[in-house]
Design a protein around this ligand. Structure first.
Ligand SMILES: C[S@@+](CC[C@H](N)C(=O)[O-])C[C@H]1O[C@@H](n2cnc3c(N)ncnc32)[C@H](O)[C@@H]1O
Length: 287
């Protein structure tokens, strides 16, 4: 099937979609999904914790960003911004959380307001007049409204990268806004997962699709694309890092920790004991 054929009327599967269709579908999808996503995953992610993926490893444990006091940090595809909130609480840094979806940013504000009010509506201990709201920015990770070389760190936990047709352009945009010596870290579904059914049980252990098939996963309703996720191989990601002028520092494939007995969609202890579920890419802008 070619893009000219258009999507099937109501379907979920693999067929080609372009960058504009991808952006418009994902913006609406995440707007509509924002509250449900955090109703389902909020307890695992925490309101103010920095979790890199369904394995449950945190930035506090991995220190991949190596954030230091005085830095300026940009989160892209922040969703409800719990990672930025964690950074702002644990470091003396300027943090801005950004997302394409206004629905996600509204959820971020709601969570923050609930935390500031406390469960009983009273301000929590320590929240004095100096407590300030986390800056939120609505923007596409492909077109950041920031000056060149203006931030020390850019990151995303499972945001942006699979939800754009051209993830190389996201890397180039991150490289543009990073200062020399700055760092971009992103986590995403491990590329090898695309060869397997998205099933947490035994059916998810047998490869049924070619790892090398780059056709995106798409959902549609009434002939309109409503969701699109794009696949890149590990080699593609490495080449995109290099093309963006960044230096690959690490490609972390976090193992499933024994402490985590919780499945998240197709990620589960069973599959996690046999296959990688997440890839975390750490890349620096040269000095
Ligand atoms: C799986 S959620 C992850 C949210 C958050 N990072 C977390 O860990 O909870 C993916 C996020 O990427 C955002 N997103 C998708 N496409 C984007 C784009 N082109 N630019 C910026 N954000 C985007 C979505 O709106 C959504 O908030």
């Amino acid at each position: 099937m070619t893009p000219a054929d258009g999507p099937p009327v109501d379907a979920a599967g693999r067929w080609p979609v372009d960058g504009d269709e991808t952006r418009s579908a994902n913006r609406s999808w995440w707007d509509g999904e924002a509250e449900d996503y955090y109703a389902e995953h909020g307890a695992f992610l925490g309101d103010s914790e920095f979790v890199w993926g369904p394995e449950g490893w945190t930035e506090g444990e991995l220190d991949l960003l190596q954030v230091r006091d005085g830095m300026t940090v940009l989160e892209v595809g922040s969703g409800a911004a719990q990672c930025s909130r964690w950074l702002a609480r644990h470091h003396d840094v300027r943090v801005v959380a950004s997302d394409l979806s206004m629905g996600m940013l509204r959820t971020a504000r709601r969570i923050e307001a609930a935390g500031a009010a406390g469960a009983d509506g009273a301000a929590p201990a320590g929240a004095g007049p100096t407590a300030s709201a986390l800056p939120l920015l609505q923007c596409d990770g492909l077109a950041l409204p920031l000056a060149d070389a203006s931030v020390d760190r850019v990151f995303t936990a499972y945001g942006v990268m699979p939800f754009v047709a051209d993830s190389g352009a996201v890397l180039a945009e991150a490289a543009r806004v990073l200062r020399p010596g700055g760092r971009f870290v992103f986590s995403t579904s491990h590329p090898v997962r695309w060869a397997f059914p998205d099933d947490p049980g035994p059916n998810g252990l047998t490869a049924t699709t070619s790892y090398f098939d780059h056709t995106p996963y798409v959902e549609s309703a009434a002939g309109v694309v409503t969701y699109a996720e794009h696949h890149r191989t590990i080699g593609d990601l490495v080449r995109q890092v290099v093309s963006a002028g960044l230096v690959l520092v690490d490609l972390v494939e976090p193992e499933w920790p024994a402490r985590n007995e919780q499945a998240w969609g197709g990620w589960s202890p069973l599959r996690g004991s046999l296959l990688p579920g997440t890839a975390i890419v750490v890349a620096d802008r040269p000095r």
